[in-house]
Write a protein that binds this ligand. Structure first.
Ligand SMILES: C[S@@+](CC[C@H](N)C(=O)[O-])C[C@H]1O[C@@H](n2cnc3c(N)ncnc32)[C@H](O)[C@@H]1O
Length: 422
């Protein structure tokens, strides 16, 4: 069985190879699928929560989190264990002043209170020793300063694998298998808050994000949807379609970010360097209330009120995005259907404009008819005599004709397929 130190070393070494750096540098600006959305959300959160003029970026990589801050004139120091990464960041920085140093996430060579904000993007997710990292990071941040980093959400993972899954249990699985490449850190919001409390930090926000990124960023609350090819194909358009990207970003920033850490596979942690156990308790209570409202199908309206989303502004913007293109509507409809299947209940009255509501209901009716026709076709072909009659030399013609039979059932029997577009 491997130990934690081996895992930490393995993860650190993984980024030193120059081929890996070249791949990563390209990947960070790759305009495909949901990659630009991930970048926009993560870099946006860094910009939103970084405070003060002196910024330390730990595991700076190619600098996407802090180069924009340096370009605004902030004093940025970046550290990374990989010299190849730092060379690439230097190249990308061009004329922008930035200090880059080789160093380790856990042993920072700076005096106490050197920075206003310590920022670390997509780094802690690779490491199990986040509690030790936090203690060291707090040391170099000034009192009242900030620490900003992301982790995977154990609360979200538990939606699929049960409440019994623990951070320690997941680590043990990887230690036993010895396959370090499969390890990612998942932390429950309660544990994050407890650690913040222990270290004398205040939770300013735990911001869920990445609800529809797909790929390696699974949202376990929507796992069924994420397995569907139609959904994957739809998401693959996001980089190419500005209106679709804008809708995704809007939902991330205005809806998802306001919900609890159960709703997405990742969350951004924003901690203030101030001891405030009372504020942390209040944060936990609010999070628990949100989870309660999300679990109950008759409290969606209450949930929307709770996070302040019943106003005209949200309604206007949401309906604008939903109606902006057929692809946007398809995206919205898939999310709506997932909500219905999960038993979350109808959208609160007044959120959706009448025209969109009517279209949602028409699509749902058509979809039900489609499912019914398919069920009828399959039941029919499954009967032994039909099977025999439609089989030729061991090949089932029935299955091959399923598409035509469904069409006939929809048109002639269910009277649904009129060619009319709604
Ligand atoms: C996934 S990349 C993230 C890079 C960048 N922050 C971003 O979001 O694009 C992880 C970075 O952490 C660095 N890293 C890995 N282990 C480290 C360690 N022990 N100390 C410092 N940096 C480390 C890697 O070299 C790599 O640049």
């Amino acid at each position: 069985m491997a130990d934690v130190d081996q895992l930490i070393q393995w993860k650190t070494n993984a980024w030193k190879d120059s081929n890996m750096v070249a791949w990563y540098s390209g990947r960070m600006v790759e305009s495909s699928g949901t990659n630009p959305l991930k970048n926009a959300v993560e870099v946006g959160l860094c910009g939103k929560y970084a405070t003060g003029p002196r910024i330390l970026d730990v595991g700076i990589g190619t600098g996407r989190g802090s180069l924009p801050l340096a370009r605004q004139g902030r004093e940025v120091v970046g550290i990374d264990s990989s010299q190849a990464m730092l060379d690439e960041t230097r190249r990308l920085a061009g004329d922008t002043p930035i200090t880059l140093q080789q160093g380790d996430v856990e042993r920072l060579s700076f005096p106490e209170a050197s920075f206003d904000t310590l920022l670390s993007l997509n780094v802690v997710v690779h490491f199990p020793h986040w509690r030790r990292l936090l203690a060291e990071w707090k040391r170099v941040v000034r009192p009242g300063g900030r620490i900003v980093f992301d982790v995977h959400s154990l609360d979200n993972y538990r939606c699929a694998y049960g409440e019994g899954v623990t951070e320690q249990g997941l680590l043990q699985q990887v230690e036993q298998s010895g396959d370090f490449s499969t390890y990612v850190l998942r932390v429950a919001a309660e544990d994050m808050v407890a650690e913040a409390d222990r270290l004398g930090l205040r939770v300013a926000a735990l911001v869920p994000y990445g609800a529809f990124l797909g790929g390696g960023n699974v949202n376990y609350l929507m796992e069924g949807l994420e397995r569907q090819w139609g959904w994957k194909r739809l998401l693959s358009w996001m980089a190419l379609d500005e209106r679709f990207h804008a809708f995704g970003l809007y939902l991330e920033q205005e809806l998802v970010a306001k919900l609890s850490t159960r709703v997405t596979g990742r969350y951004m942690v924003v901690l203030d360097n101030v001891a405030d156990p009372e504020a942390n308790r209040a944060w936990l209570a609010r999070n628990a209330e949100m989870n309660r409202l999300m679990r109950s199908s008759d409290s969606l309206a209450e949930l929307f009120d709770f996070i302040g989303l019943r106003g005209q502004e949200f309604r206007g913007a949401l309906n604008h995005h939903v109606g902006a293109s057929l692809r946007n509507f398809t995206f919205f409809y898939a999310l709506y259907r997932e909500m219905m299947e999960k038993g979350w209940g109808e959208l609160p009255e007044g959120i959706l404009e009448q025209q969109h509501k009517a279209r949602v209901l028409a699509w749902r009716k058509n979809e039900r008819a489609d499912d019914e026709a398919l069920r009828m076709a399959r039941t029919w072909y499954a009967q032994p005599e039909m099977k025999q009659a439609t089989e030729n030399r061991g090949i089932s013609m029935g299955e091959a004709m399923e598409y035509f039979l469904v069409e006939r059932l929809l048109t002639d029997y269910l009277g649904m397929f009129t060619g009319e577009r709604v």
